[in-house]
Design a protein around this ligand. Structure first.
Ligand code: SF4
Ligand code: FES
Length: 200
């Protein structure tokens, strides 16, 4: 077992665990959005940031992808962590202003408005990729993918081409943390494959 400290309390973790997994094992709250235990982590949202300290030195890391190590000193609720969490929530509010889930999550941490401008008032997806990962890693189909890059990155059919491999299992809708996938499927008539085609 690997021994380290979270919020000055000694904890133990198995090799290969992340800081987030260990914190959850000990009931320590760290907010997450793009993390789901059923699929691999991407570190897309940065909401799970924690502070690592060593003497006068410290840095912020995404706890869902940071591996545990002997002697780490992790803090989950410092002023620096609260500031970056607020900043991330404001970014998410600007990116997904139409997502009730994001609005509720932000309000839970007392973030009611964003200082950042929103590009699309109807947007609910921040391209975390959870829907694509559950389809590939759990369902084994890859009917959804993240396509394009940079500001054009979005979820859609693989290679942005029509697809008919979706079996309408609903895993992408269930795992989506913002309600975006439900909205996408609600907005089109017909078979799921039609929805994915329109995503492309
Ligand atoms: S549709 Fe949902 S799960 Fe898929 S990338 Fe967008 S926010 Fe993430
Ligand atoms: S939950 Fe860790 S980066 Fe999103």
């Amino acid at each position: 077992m690997i021994t380290f400290k979270i919020n000055d309390e000694e904890v133990q973790a198995r090799p290969g665990w992340t800081v987030l997994e260990t914190a959850r094992e000990y009931g320590i709250e760290i907010p997450t959005l793009c993390f789901h235990p059923a699929v691999s982590s991407s570190g897309a949202c940065r909401l799970c940031m924690v502070e690592l300290r060593e003497g006068s030195w410290s840095k912020l890391v995404a706890s869902c992808i940071y591996p545990v190590a002997e002697g780490l000193q992790v803090y989950t609720d410092t002023e620096r962590v609260r500031n970056v969490r607020r900043w991330v929530l404001e970014m998410l509010l600007a990116a997904c202003p139409a997502s009730p889930e994001i609005v509720q999550l932000a309000a839970k941490y007392n973030v009611i408005r964003s200082r950042f401008a929103s590009k699309d008032p109807d947007q609910t997806c921040f391209v975390c990729g959870l829907c694509a990962r559950v389809c590939e890693e759990v369902v084994g189909l890859s009917a959804i993918a993240t396509v394009d890059r940079g500001i054009h990155k979005r979820v859609g059919a693989p290679f942005a081409r029509p697809t008919d491999i979706c079996v309408a299992c609903g895993s992408c809708i269930t795992i989506c943390p913002t309600g975006a996938m439900q909205k996408i499927f609600d907005s089109v008539r017909g078979e799921p494959a039609t929805a994915l085609t329109q995503l492309a």
